[in-house]
Every structure is written in C-alpha cells, then in structure tokens.
Design a protein around this ligand. Structure first.
Ligand code: AMP
Length: 327
C-alpha cells in the first residue's frame, strides 16, 4: 500500500524550557513522513521555497519518501515559530509566515492518485478538499487540523470532516470545534457529520478513540502515552502520531476497528520518540526495532487480568468473554 500526505514542510524556530532551535526542519508533512516511512511507501505533496536547504531534501530521500509532489516555488519556505512552557502539552504560536504556502495549490502527480491511504495534515482545509477531489478511490482518508483553521475556515473544515473516514484532533480542538466542554458530546457532534472514528490526542495523557454507533462502552478505546523521563520538544508529536497511526494501517492494509486500536498504540510509540529531541533529531534515525520494543512495553503497561475480590463471586466477570474465573 502507499500513503499520500499533504501538509506543511517548514522551517521551525522553537523554544522549550530545555533549549531552542532556529530554522530547523519541521512541518506537519515532514513529521508525518519521517514516521510513516518506517511502515510503507510515502508520497509527499507540499511546497518549499528556493531557500529550502538541500540537506533537508536529502533527509527525505534518505527516508525513501517520494518527492514527485513537492513543488519548489519562487520565494521563502513556510516558517513557524513557537514556544512551550513547562506545560509541554500546549504550544504558543509566536509567528506564522505562510510565504510560498500563501499561493500554493496542490497538484497530484498521476501516480499519487492511486494511493490507498491518505493523510490530510494540518493545512488550509480548502487545500485539503482540493486533494480529496483529485484522488481516485482511497481506502482510508484521515484528517488533522488546528485551532487556526477552526477559527478562520470552519465551513471548509466542516466539509472536509464530512468527507473523511477518521479525524485526529487534540483535546482543545475537539472542545473548540464541538463548542462544548464535554469531550463525549463534542465527539458525538463530529461523528454525526460522517467520519467513522475520531481520535482525540491528549498529549502526555494519551489518546482516546471514539467510533461511530452503539453505546459508549462499545465505541470507546483509550491508550496512555509512553512514560518518558526526558522530553526536549513536543513539536511534531501530533503529526508523527498520525504517521505511526496511518503507517500501521497501511502496512496491514486494514481499516478494521481492532487495527485502528493497535494503530493508536503505534502512533503513541512513534510520538514518544519524536519528543525526545528537537526537530526530527530522534525520529529521523528511528528503526523498526525501536518501535517494536516500545510497542511491547505498551502491552505490559496496560495489560491486566480481571479477578474477583468478593466471596460471593462476580457474575459480571464470570460472564465476561476473557474466560477469567469469577473467584
Ligand atoms: P504538531 O504535530 O501539532 O506539533 O505540529 C507541528 C508542526 O506544525 C510544526 O512543525 C509547524 O511547522 C507546523 N505548523 C504550525 N502551524 C501551522 C499552520 N498554520 N499550517 C500548517 N502547518 C503548521
């Protein structure tokens, strides 16, 4: 299977309590590609300016990412500048310079149109719609966005949400879009527009899956984040989560709910590496071996067997399909 991603390729300037970088390789499509290339072939669509360093182009090539859809336009590359305080879950945007993004219109190379897994990374929802309209029949489409587009392009964003299979949002964006404090109500609102699942990223507190239909108990899944002693820079956690998530599904060629749950764990594993360094410092050199190790750790962290503490027994547990004895 191949994966198509459209999103930003950026030069980021970031400050965290643990250091800072200037004009480092970043962007939603960059983090996504650096993660998903560990699972499958990635076809990237985006734009950079003539100032984009050749060494970064080489990084994409080293990761095996197809750059036929990367336009080089006259002008400067998109730049984003952000700061994190000790609450590393929330970025404060200091500056956004759209530069070549301001006039960008994605054009899909013919070979990209057959990609079966599509990730519409965080960019203007109008451009996300342009991509969808050019695709042949993708097997799975996934959308990410940010508060900026909820504020300024809500109508276009609603159209994209209605057209995709899965939506990835962080907690604040979910509440903002749903216009309610209750994550469950906000999730219901989003799912009522058409997607079959919503994944809410909760930073260091993990990720939650809401799927369409049935009781909450049948349509809810939760995975924690990997416990880390050292975090350097959370930038790209969301996009690399998406890379592990969609990469796993593409490699399995699956859209089944059980695989979507495993995909959330893959997303969490990959994101846990991303935040250990600035830019793609850690993510760029990651191997499948690293992923397997933390994937198994997740199983250990979350696995428990139900047992019964009461002498009269626990009929609910006994009837449960784990096969565990009631006492
Ligand atoms: P995240 O995974 O949410 O931490 O995304 C981080 C990346 O999003 C950074 O590398 C930025 O370059 C990129 N970014 C920030 N603002 C925007 C925007 N308005 N449009 C597209 N990409 C953005």
């Amino acid at each position: 299977m191949s994966i198509l991603v459209v999103g930003s390729v950026a030069l980021d300037s970031i400050q965290t309590p643990f250091g800072k970088v200037k004009d480092a390789l970043g962007g939603s499509a960059t983090y996504f590609s650096a993660a998903s290339r560990l699972y499958d072939q990635v076809n990237l669509v985006g734009v950079v300016g003539t100032d984009f360093p050749q060494q970064h182009v080489q990084s994409f090539r080293d990761w095996g990412v197809n750059l036929d859809g990367l336009q080089v336009a006259e002008g400067k590359t998109f730049r984003w500048s952000g700061r994190y305080n000790y609450d590393m879950n929330t970025a404060e945007t200091l500056d956004t310079q759209l530069n070549v993004f301001a006039t960008f219109h994605p054009e899909l190379p013919e070979s990209y149109k057959e990609s079966e897994f599509v990730f519409l990374a965080n960019i203007d929802p109008v451009l996300q719609l342009e991509i969808l309209s050019q695709m042949h029949r993708p097997k799975l489409t996934v959308l990410d966005t940010m508060n900026y587009w909820i504020n300024y392009r809500k109508d276009a964003l609603t159209k994209v949400i209605s057209a995709v299979d899965i939506v990835l949002l962080n907690e604040a964006e979910t509440r903002q879009y749903g216009n309610t404090f209750s994550l469950i109500r906000a999730a219901r609102k989003i799912l009522s527009l058409g997607p079959k699942a919503l994944v809410v990223k909760k930073g260091e507190y993990g990720a939650v899956l809401f799927s369409n239909g049935g009781e909450l108990t049948d349509s809810f899944f939760f995975a924690p984040a990997y416990p880390l002693e050292k975090i350097q820079d959370p930038t790209g956690a969301g996009d690399s989560f998406a890379g592990g998530f969609l990469g796993y599904l593409a490699s399995r060629s699956s859209t089944a709910m059980d695989d979507i749950k495993r995909a959330i764990v893959h997303g969490s594993v990959v994101a846990s590496y991303t935040v250990e360094d600035f830019s793609v410092g850690r993510l760029g050199s990651l191997t499948r071996d690293h992923i397997q190790k933390r994937y198994l750790d997740f199983k250990r962290f979350t696995n428990f067997e139900p047992t019964c503490p009461w002498s009269e027994g626990c009929p609910h547990l006994a009837n449960h399909d784990t096969g565990t004895e009631s006492h």
